[in-house]
Design a binder for this molecule. Sequence first.
Ligand SMILES: [Zn+2]
Ligand SMILES: [Zn+2]
Length: 383
Amino acid sequence: MPAQRCYYEVLSVTKTASNDEIKRSYKKLAVKYHPDRNKGDEAAAEKFKEVAEAYEVLSDPEKRGRYDRFGHEGVKGAASAGAGFGGFDDAMDLFSQLFGGQMGGGRRRRGSGGGQRGNSLRTVVEIDLFEAATGCQRDLEFTRKETCQTCSGSGAKPGTTPETCDYCNGQGQVVQRAGAGFFGFQMATECPACHGSGKVVRDKCSDCRGDGRQDKQIQQTLEIPPGVDNGNRISLRGEGDAGPNGGPRGDLLVDVRVKEHPLFQREGDHLTCRVPIHYSQAVLGANIDIPVLESGGKHSLEIPAGTQPGEVIRLRGQGMPDVHSGSRGDLFVQIQLEVPKSVDGRHEELIRELAEIENTNVTPHRKSFFEKVREFFSPDDDE
Ligand SMILES: [Zn+2]
Ligand SMILES: [Zn+2]
């Protein structure tokens, strides 16, 4: 995966650019690289996606703030695991939002093949934290529109061919004049007779009723990369619906949810785990088994003598893998002191004996605490 360009550079604005400047610059570049003007130009399509991604981050004050502080890492959660920003469809959606459907909207534009682009399909998969750490597979089952076998996608009854639409002369769109006099303007809208395809089918294919597509059950295995985080989106280009009348396919967009784990809290690539120990273990030190996500799930941890509650022991490389580089974050073990709710018998005897010792031998830590308390209540008395 090539290094990502700086978003400010992508939009040719300075780091102090106002929202208006960012919007103006995005609009200019999006029009320049729009697929309708650059038919079949892959480099332009990439640029079109790149400026949309940059605009998506820099136009949102919260995301922009995170981007300024942490760079691309800071806004990674917003992008998808595999393919960056949600993909081509998201870029088209953003464009139609800002331009209100001029130049043809996102999904209904006419593709280079003459037909509209098929719909993108969305689905959600839920995995647990262990699966997120190791990566996993999921079998997806969904219905999508596939080219009709009977008419090969033309929508016409076998033996017949679609005719050029009379209403739009095969253009797929009609130009209407809106407004009045000097302020009038022309607006291109989809042809109501042929719905943008430029063709009409007189004798419809009986299997697809003229649409050129049929619903089909699809089973597909999804590869989920190690390190995927809750909210990531995996975009599979061209795995959505086939377009009507031979148009290009939409995408399949999979949103990943990672279930909360009872023992580990995740923050980016790091994990935190709270581990309770006994008072005696804190004082004397101990070796305890703690859970880790690695296979086997156990790690022997040395608790040094004199460990205080709340102290954090950092285990490097025991966190989550980074979804791009694979390098692992750390596990932060937070030590907690487990205090028994009640004691009896020999246990109680020992605790009482311990209490006597602790009440007579004041530890240095305790002494300084009481000195501080005294100073707090009467600051001038001692000095
Ligand atoms: Zn058909
Ligand atoms: Zn038409």
